[in-house]
Design a protein around this ligand. Sequence first.
Ligand code: MCN
Length: 794
Amino acid sequence: MSTRSVGAPVQRREDPRLVRGDGRYLDDLGHDALAAAFVRSPHAHARIVDIDVTGAIDVDGVVAVWTWEDLQATGTAADPLPMLLPHPSIEHPVTTYALARERVHHVGQAIVMVVARDRYVAEDAAQRVRVHYDVLPAVVGVEAARAAEHLVHEEAPGNVGAYFEQHLGDAPGRIAAAPHVLELDLDIERSACMPMEGKGILARWDAEEHRLKVHASTQTSTGLRAALAAKLGLSLSAVEVVAPDVGGGFGVKINHPWPEDVAVAAAAMRLRATVKWVEDRREHFISSAHERQQLQHVRVGFDDDGRILGLEVQLWHDHGAYLPYGVIVPLNTATHIPGPYRMRNFSVTFTSLYTNTVIVTPYRGAGRPQAAYLMERTMDAVARTLGKDRAQVRAVNFVQPEEMPWDLGMVLQDGRMGVYDSGDFPASLDKLKALVGWDDFEAYRAQARAEGRQVGIGMACYVEGTGAGPYEGGHIEIETGGRVNVSTGLTTQGQGHQTVFAQIVADELGVKVEDVHVTTGDTRRMAYSVGTWGSRGAVMSGNALLLTARKVKERALQIAADALEANPDDLEIVDGIVQVKGAPTTQIPLPMVAVLANPLRYAFDETARAATQFGGKVDESKPPVADAEHPGLEDSEFFSPVRTTFANGMHAAVVETDPDTAEITVLRYCVVHDCGPMLNPMIVEGQVHGGVAQGIGGALYERLAYDGDGQLLNASFMDFLMPFATEVPHIETDHLETPSPLNPLGIKGAGEAGTIPTSAAIAAAVEDAEGIPITRMPISPTDLWRLRREHAAD
Ligand code: MCN
């Protein structure tokens, strides 16, 4: 009997190559390529009066210096870039150009592209470009955008990009009649994805084939392909995009497309050359994307038990200078606020505002950390008002397991209703309380206090829509040598897809995991894909590959049945051998089945010929292929879910705050997580650990600080703080595996889970330690010190 690998902590197969330094990231490719460098705006808001490129053109080794005007010669490259996800709430859509036209709207915006022999020459030449600006007043931050004293774009009055509202039941009425009402104002600052490898693109124009061949550090190779084809006036079939090894993404490598993508690809096409651009760290800070920034106002009515009777929320979301992405971030916040709680009288509005700062696109969690912060801070405030246990207040509000499927009553980004499909929130809470020792904490606090230490505990819950459609596909081919080639269109940035997808296929086909080789993000192998985001890889590609493997297995059994003169229903595949159930000596190896399905190999390959001698069962006079209209042991299949599946989890943090320095130390961090059955528990734990580390960054350190002129003050790792291993405690995890009924594997996503409630849990713990309401994210020692002084003065 072969053992199933799905569910087992199979070691990550991709890692030995990567840790040996054998990875092939974008900058490892195209050593003969020309290099692009960009002249970027030093001003947050300005009119471009004049651009003088003569100094750059004169530099030895410079091949081209382009402004927006130069893009006009290539397809629609000079037109505004498209909006990835339009939404009815978007009242004033403004996207950018590949190179700035007439105005710049944030520091770092690309204005001129220099293409040269190498990056040094390109950077030096870029320094010689002279741009004359008429500097305009900058709008920085939500308050300034709301005040609308100045406009970011004339065409967006009030600086409003989008306005959205959704109302369930009668929140104002229920709040008016509630025994208790409280209001909260919360302030969440900017942060950003910081993958180790920056964005980048290598574009080669193949003049002989009239094709654009692109490598990109991307989460969405098919989307980039479609965008480039459209912008450059090429047919889709004339563009191919391959994602090599990608050193992290966390959302920022979704190509919608990026301005540099279009400019570099247009240069490759026009110059009939290979052109590369790899983002440096400063560019990543000032010209890629940020997230998180919101102001939130909450009004909640509740009864004596802490049961929420009505909730009204207003959100103001800073989306930066343009809206290339749409409003998925504030929309995710709005639709994820209810979390695990029964929320039948709920009103939410968001106003998404233009500011003269870097654009906002999803960062791990994509609006959901803000939702968890809002709801969980509210739950704690309710408990504090009533003097009740914070876990108990949550428990009285939980949707119960027998109420699943629970219709949230809200429409999601894809236009479908949000319906929770699975989960057992009371059971998760019990597990979390046991894991962290919730009920014993007062004894620990007393002991710490006796030692002169100040400690606190907090918890936070969340529910997360994962595995969004519309589809993802798989292709599987069993080679005559027995190698199983698997491809799926989504890309991989470190999630362990090569391991987990191999596990799924190996189990279904009855082969060894080592024999399965997975390719992701290569449009030559799989032209249809939506990409890696929103914790959808496992649900979408995992299930697509399961269905594909079933199809290939069915064909393999049919061919083997013909060869063995058996009924396919009586056959099974064990460790790569097709055998009769209960009579395993009647067998045929899977590679030989592949040979029988492949007439060309049969004709030219001695090994393949030998296969026909197997057991004397194959008649040489017959065509060796079982189904001549469908040669080869390969097939494709797609998976499209009826709707989003919802994962959930609950976190608890124990912190210590220094009475003198206000330093905050996370002593313990506990996670109970429910992503359904874990395909690979070790990988899920790794995802949760990485997510929590990122969440701790968001809770305590990561803050992008702009001054009033729109200059980013901490655009380097010298000044932008992230947690090191020393700031992240050992993360204790437990799992509840409630299966989703919405897909054959019964799974839900896990990739963002760790990040979502972390800030809320840590804020709650700091609040508990200090006895001071925490309403800001992140909270630094300086913030805490100020709060202590304000609180003492009250
Ligand atoms: N998994 C599993 N069992 C489940 C669910 C998931 O074993 N029940 C495994 C999956 O097979 C996959 C991993 O857990 O190997 C994450 O799966 P999933 O939740 O489907 O997430 P995606 O594969 O779609 O990855 C995207 C997700 C997102 S949205 C961000 S942001 C993020 C993240 O993954 N960016 C990452 N994790 C990251 N990890 C790394 N190393 N680098 C990034 O850029």
